[in-house]
Design a protein around this ligand. Structure first.
Ligand code: SF4
Length: 401
C-alpha cells in the first residue's frame, strides 16, 4: 500500500469529475459549514436552492446568530432533520460571542463549536483553510474499508479508529501542491459514485490497483455494518393530536427549544385526546380519529391519531410544559413556519382530501390541567412517513359526555 499513490489517484480522479456546486466557488468557512450541514442526509440537488436562499438571508455567522430561531427553522422548512438547523444556530451564536463572529481556522478549534463534530471540522478546515485535516463519513468509510480490507464494524470503536487512522495516513502522504480539501472531497465523491454500496465499478476505479476488496473479491462483504432492526421489530409509540381548525385558521403549538423537535410548530399533541383536549381547554372533540400519520423513526415507529376538536372561545396559553407558544394561522402561513414533518404530512393530507373540522362529541366539565408530554423526552430521527385518512364509515359519534 502506498498512501501517497492512493492520495494522488484520488485527487487526480476528483479533478476529472468535480461538479460545479455553488459552495465550491467559495472559501468562506461559514458558507462551507452551512453546505456540509445541509448535505448530511439530503441530496445535492435538493440542497442547492436551500443553500442559496440561506446565504442570502443569513450571509454571515453574525447574521445567523442574531436571527430568531423561528426564522432559522422557517428557512430550513422542508429539509427535515431540524436539529441540524438548531445546532447551526447555536453554533453561530457561540462563534459570535466567543470568536467575534469569525470561525476558528483549525480542525481542533472548530470542534469546540457546538454542532461541529470531527467530520464537519475536517471538511471546513481542509476545504476552507487547506489544513491537512482528514475526515470520515459514510462514503469515505466504505471506500477506506474496501481499499484497506478493514473488517471491524465501521461504527464500532476499533472500526472508527482504523478508518480515521487510514484517512489521516492518506492526508499526511498527500503530495505537496495537492489540496487537502480535494482529497477529502475526492474520497467522498468516489464513495458516492464508483464505490457504491451495491455493484461497485471496480473496472473503472482509479484505486483498483490498491484495493484489497477488489483483489480478493470481497466488495460485497465490506464495509462490515451492524444489522439495523427491521421496521416490524421497532416498538410503536402512539400519540394523539388535536385538529382545531375554524374560519381558515389552525391552532399550532411550538415545542420548547431544548427538547426533541425543539422550536418546531406542530398540532397540539398528547398521550390521549382527552388529555390534550383538557390541557387546551377544548370541550368538544371527536373520540374517533379523522386521520392517522405513521412515521418510522430510528428506534421506534410513531403513530399519530388526529382528532377533530372545536376551537374554544379562549385557548389556554402555554398549556403544556413541552410548549412555549401557541398561534392560529392559515394553512398557507403554517407552511412558512418551521413545522414538524408529521404535522406537514397531516396538513398535506387535509389539503388533498379535506375532512369536516366540526367535532361531533362534547365532554362536560373539562378540567384544564398542565401535564408534561413524553414525546419531548424521546430521541429519534425521521426515516419513513405515511399519512392516511380514517375511512368515513369508521367515524361515529361518541356516546360518552
Ligand atoms: S476498486 Fe472497487 S471496491 Fe475498491 S475502491 Fe474502487 S470501486 Fe471501491
Amino acid at each position: 500500500m502506498d498512501p501517497a499513490a492512493i492520495a494522488s489517484a484520488v485527487v487526480a480522479h476528483y479533478a476529472t469529475v468535480r461538479r460545479d456546486l455553488p459552495w465550491r466557488r467559495t472559501r468562506d468557512p461559514y458558507a462551507i459549514w452551512v453546505s456540509e450541514i445541509m448535505l448530511q442526509q439530503t441530496r445535492v440537488q435538493t440542497v442547492i436552492p436551500y443553500w442559496e436562499r440561506w446565504m442570502q438571508k443569513f450571509p454571515t455567522v453574525t447574521a445567523l446568530a442574531r436571527a430568531p430561531l423561528d426564522d432559522v427553522l422557517a428557512a430550513w422548512a422542508g429539509l427535515g432533520y431540524y436539529s441540524r438547523a438548531r445546532n447551526l444556530h447555536t453554533g453561530a451564536q457561540t462563534v459570535a460571542t466567543r470568536w467575534s463572529g469569525v470561525l476558528p481556522s483549525g480542525a481542533s478549534e472548530l470542534r469546540a463549536v457546538p454542532g461541529i463534530g470531527p467530520y464537519t471540522a475536517g471538511a471546513i478546515a481542509s476545504i476552507a483553510f487547506g489544513e491537512r485535516a482528514p475526515l470520515v463519513d459514510g462514503n469515505v468509510a466504505r471506500v477506506l474499508a474496501r481499499i484497506y480490507g478493514i473488517t471491524d464494524e465501521i461504527k464500532s470503536t476499533p472500526g472508527q479508529r482504523a478508518l480515521w487512522l487510514r484517512a489521516g495516513e492518506l492526508m499526511t502522504a498527500l503530495p505537496a501542491g495537492d489540496r487537502p480539501g480535494d482529497l477529502n472531497q475526492g474520497l467522498m465523491e468516489l464513495g458516492a459514485s464508483l464505490c457504491a454500496k451495491a455493484s461497485p465499478r471496480c473496472l473503472v476505479c482509479p484505486l483498483a490497483a490498491h484495493c484489497v476488496a477488489a483483489r480478493t473479491g470481497t466488495q460485497a462483504d465490506l464495509p462490515v455494518v451492524a444489522r439495523r432492526k427491521k421496521e416490524s421489530e421497532l416498538p410503536i409509540l402512539s400519540r394523539a393530536a388535536l385538529w382545531l381548525f375554524t374560519r381558515g385558521k389552525l391552532v399550532l403549538v411550538r415545542r420548547r427549544p431544548e427538547g426533541l423537535f425543539g422550536g418546531l410548530w406542530e398540532l397540539p399533541q398528547g398521550e390521549s385526546v382527552l388529555e390534550i383536549a383538557r390541557a387546551f381547554g377544548v370541550t368538544r372533540f371527536d373520540q374517533k380519529p379523522i386521520a392517522h400519520h405513521d412515521q418510522t423513526l430510528t428506534h421506534r415507529r410513531l403513530r399519530i391519531s388526529v382528532f377533530c376538536g372545536e376551537m374554544p372561545a379562549r385557548l389556554v396559553e402555554a398549556p403544556d410544559p413541552s410548549y412555549d407558544a401557541i398561534i392560529r394561522v392559515s394553512l398557507l402561513e403554517a407552511r412558512k413556519l418551521g413545522v414538524a414533518a408529521a404535522t406537514i404530512a397531516i396538513l398535506t393530507k387535509y389539503e388533498d382530501t379535506p375532512w369536516s373540522s366540526t367535532p361531533k362529541h362534547s365532554v362536560s366539565s373539562p378540567k384544564v390541567t398542565r401535564r408534561s408530554s413524553k414525546v419531548s423526552r424521546t430521541s429519534a430521527s425521521t426515516s419513513k412517513t405515511k399519512t392516511s385518512r380514517t375511512p368515513r364509515g369508521a367515524r361515529r359519534r361518541a356516546s360518552t359526555s
